[in-house]
Ligand binder design. Structure first.
Ligand SMILES: [Zn+2]
Length: 330
């Protein structure tokens, strides 16, 4: 498989950011390393992105060793306002790997080749991410595109877990089971427990979003809109203790219909019919805020479009609970 150019590698990075519902801005002119900012509504951070193709280590190296060859840069830099990302991308399996910049920054510790074992790259294809222990407490992290933003947000926390074997175990449990319990966390110091809990929460968000967007082919269940304008919405809202991250408690909605459902302008009946809150629309009309009502109604289907797999479709019990939780008036 031919190596990807730097522009193509940047494109893979941008696509992965967008899968998570975030956007990418370029600071200055795009040249390697790339200076970028990642943003979503009220969140933003800057990254300095080094990225190379992941290739096999070569015939004189172990058969399961993969690596990036650090070329074209005099050294790896770190700046206080940027998260430094040292990434590899393996086109064959659509998977990334990240190495810890604190181990590889500057000319003195400069290493021309950074390795990762195949088993971790393959585990990340199925589990979203995999934690690969290396020497002296260093961790490399393999991850799928849908986990990339979670990786960036928790960069220091993930790579910083390498000195405690129990923390490596806790992260591995998140990757393999999607959750951890108090027994896994108990051996860790309190600050590290909070870091692992945040990673778990971000992981679950990313996993939920990936499952929902895949099940609905990234199209709004109410109007069929795609255009990367869709969200993974919870049917029972997350603030309610009855909510969960099952696929059958999720639905893919465009930004407009997600907001309209949260505003209780529309809802979904347990038989999947879309119902409109005429009382609220009447109230808005009386306030002089009813402009767009006809267009809004015309663009709504009568019934939501559901995934082909029955197990992925909204659970009618959850739809009923959601009506009560949201105080649906009828
Ligand atoms: Zn829509």
């Amino acid at each position: 498989m031919p190596k990807l150019s730097k522009e193509r590698l940047l494109d893979r990075f941008v696509r992965a950011v967008e899968i998570a519902g975030w956007s990418v801005g370029v600071i200055g002119t795009p040249s390697h390393p790339f200076t970028l900012y990642l943003y979503r509504e009220h969140d933003a951070f800057n990254v300095l992105l080094y990225i190379w193709n992941i290739t096999h280590g070569g015939r004189h190296r172990p058969h399961d060793e993969y690596r990036v060859q650090v070329t074209g840069v005099p050294s790896i830099e770190q700046h206080p306002e940027y998260k430094t990302l040292i990434l590899g991308y393996w086109e064959a399996q659509d998977v990334f790997a990240g190495w810890d910049a604190t181990f590889h920054s500057g000319p003195s510790s400069f290493s021309p080749s950074l390795q990762i074992r195949e088993q971790y790259l393959l585990a990340a294809v199925n589990n979203n991410f995999a934690v690969c222990p290396k020497d002296q407490g260093e961790l490399a992290i393999a991850f799928s595109p849908s986990f990339l933003v979670t990786y960036c947000r928790n960069l220091e926390g993930l790579h910083g877990a390498g000195t405690l074997p129990q923390e490596v175990n806790a992260l591995t449990r998140i990757a393999e089971q999607g959750t951890i319990d108090e027994v896994d966390l108990a051996p860790l110091p309190a600050p590290r427990q909070r870091i692992v809990r945040t990673i778990e929460q971000n992981y679950r968000e990313a996993s939920f979003r990936r499952r929902i967007l895949t099940a609905y082919s990234q199209a709004c269940a109410m109007c069929n809109m795609q255009l990367k304008l869709v969200d993974a919405a919870h049917i029972i809202p997350v603030y309610d203790p009855q909510s969960n991250d099952e696929t059958s408690n999720g639905i893919c909605l465009c930004a407009l219909h997600h907001r309209a459902m949260d505003r209780v302008l529309i809802a979904i009946a347990p038989d999947y019919r879309i119902i409109i809150n005429e009382v609220e629309i009447e109230r808005l009309n009386l306030e002089g805020l009813g402009e767009g009502t006809d267009l809004f109604k015309a663009n709504l289907a009568k019934i939501i479009r559901t995934p082909p797999e029955k197990i992925q479709r909204p659970n009618p019990d959850y739809l009923q609970i959601a009506l009560q939780v949201r105080g649906w008036p009828f």
